[in-house]
Design a protein around this ligand. Structure first.
Ligand code: ATP
Ligand code: MG
Length: 445
């Protein structure tokens, strides 16, 4: 598929190459997962209008046409960018001008890291003027050119560096990249410049970072850099909880929780920030132990302010915020309680809260095997309630509001109250969820 895109551009008289992540992943020896396909980036000497002509039979989005990028839907999206030389970056965000008269080598020179500055044509010939393949083989992340200069031009590259180190793996699942010493030093020196970067750009890199297999290590190593954008992480760092249940700092505990949950953006965010409210609510009680009453609510508020600062999407924010707010629920092997909570939170959210709690306990470093068993049993109970279609919400009740009115209750708030009471009786197992039993319970009350 990708080759045919290159061939179409070549047939029309242009040169075209695969660049960026897809090529990098191929050279790393990774296999593409059809469920989660890689992006395709193509670079060509065709101008955006010419690209549109070549793909006139496809839908084409003018993603960044001023910077030479269009997205061709083949139907998979392919980003095709015209070779370009970037002018000066006086605002640390966008080049003041872009020049489309560049050669391939000049185009590769404007790219951020050597491992991203490799190109391959339709016949598999590789252009690699900055030694990207050697760096890839040696697990080195290095900027093309002087790192400080490149990070000053566009400080987003600092966040991109962290995300590549967090997310790229070798075929054996090892971390693929470590910053070389000059790049590493420049990451820290230039970190304050991240304040200038458009939040949306930071957010999309941050999402990729936290879902990376090595996110934990990268956050441990580079928290001072990420903290420029997300200052509460700095308050979590080195925060001793003065509590016998917690042997780790808040940050280390949260990172461990993040490492324990599945690769899901909402779960990763919720785990990383579940205790973000602790430093603010901390006090040492008369018992000499640290307490953090109300930290889930404080955490939710702080988390929302982080996400607002990142201009993050609403759905991700709300879902992770709900988890943070409720992460102190205390679960018991109690069917009626679980049903009440399934009704209150929805089964999906309740299962996620349970997952977060389990990760939270694991991340203390001293979870007992019994507690692990308890979590597993509770999960099976919830799944069983679902699979057996047991009643836990008003819509599962065998009667509805009309039946309640027909049974003589006046239309209005009383109807809802009666239904809620019936639901409690059913979830507590005191009456059966049948029309007959419910109607006779109404007549008795
Ligand atoms: P992914 O696999 O996640 O898409 P990628 O390396 O392809 O990773 P993209 O954001 O798709 O990342 O960018 C495509 C290519 O464009 C990069 O490999 C790099 O060569 C170049 N690039 C992207 N952003 C920048 C930037 N801020 N500065 C310099 N070059 C960049
Ligand atoms: Mg890409």
């Amino acid at each position: 598929m990708n080759v045919s895109i290159l061939q179409r551009l070549e047939t029309a008289g242009f040169s075209a190459y695969i660049v960026g992540g897809r090529l990098r992943n191929m050279l790393l020896g990774l296999e593409e997962d059809p469920e989660n396909p890689w992006d395709t980036d193509v670079t060509t000497n065709a101008l955006p209008e010419q690209v549109k002509d070549v793909f006139s039979d496809c839908r084409v989005l003018e993603t960044g046409i001023r910077h030479g990028t269009v997205t061709v839907l083949t139907p998979e999206p392919v980003e095709i960018t015209t070779f370009r030389k970037d002018g000066a970056y006086s605002d640390s965000r966008h080049p003041d001008s872009v020049d489309f008269s560049a050669t391939l080598e000049e185009d590769l020179a404007r790219r951020d890291f050597t491992v991203n500055a490799i190109a391959m044509d339709a016949r598999g010939n590789i252009e690699d003027p900055f030694g990207g393949r050697e760096d890839l083989n040696n697990h080195i992340l290095r900027t093309v050119g002087d790192p400080e200069e490149r990070f000053r031009e566009d400080p987003l590259r600092i966040f991109r560096a962290l995300r590549f180190m967090a997310a790229l793996t070798t075929p054996d699942g090892e971390r693929a990249l470590y910053a070389d010493s000059k790049t590493e030093a420049a990451l820290f020196t230039c970190a304050p410049l991240l304040e200038k970067i458009a939040p949306e750009r930071l957010c999309s890199e941050f999402y990729k970072l936290i879902t990376g297999d090595f996110a934990g290590d990268v956050i441990r190593e580079y928290v001072d850099i990420i903290g420029v954008v997300i200052p509460p992480l700095l308050a979590m760092k080195d925060f001793n909880q003065h509590n016998p249940y917690h042997k780790y700092t808040v940050l280390e505990h949260c990172i461990r929780a993040m490492e324990a949950v599945d690769k899901d953006r909402v779960m990763k965010l919720a785990a990383l920030f579940h205790d973000v409210g602790k430093p603010e609510t901390f006090f040492i009680g008369d018992d000499g132990i640290g307490h953090m009453y109300g930290h889930p609510q404080a955490g939710e508020r702080i988390f929302r302010s982080i996400m607002t600062r990142l201009k993050a999407d609403r759905a991700t924010t709300d879902q992770a915020a709900a988890l943070i707010k409720h992460h102190d629920l205390v679960f018991h092997r109690d069917r009626a309680l679980l049903k009440r909570w399934m009704n209150r939170f929805t089964p999906e959210l309740l299962l996620r809260i349970l997952t977060l709690k389990e990760a939270d306990n694991l991340a203390t470093g001293n979870m007992s095997p019994e507690l692990g068993d308890k979590f597993r049993e509770i999960r099976s109970m919830i799944l069983e309630i679902l699979s057996e279609g047991e009643c836990f919400s008003l819509k599962d009740l065998a009667i509805d509001g009309n039946d309640v009115i027909a049974a003589g209750i006046e239309a209005g708030p009383a109807v809802g109250e009666v239904l809620s009471r019936l639901l409690s009786l059913v979830t507590e197992g005191r009456i059966e969820n049948t029309r007959e039993a419910l109607l006779s319970a109404i007549s008795r009350s």
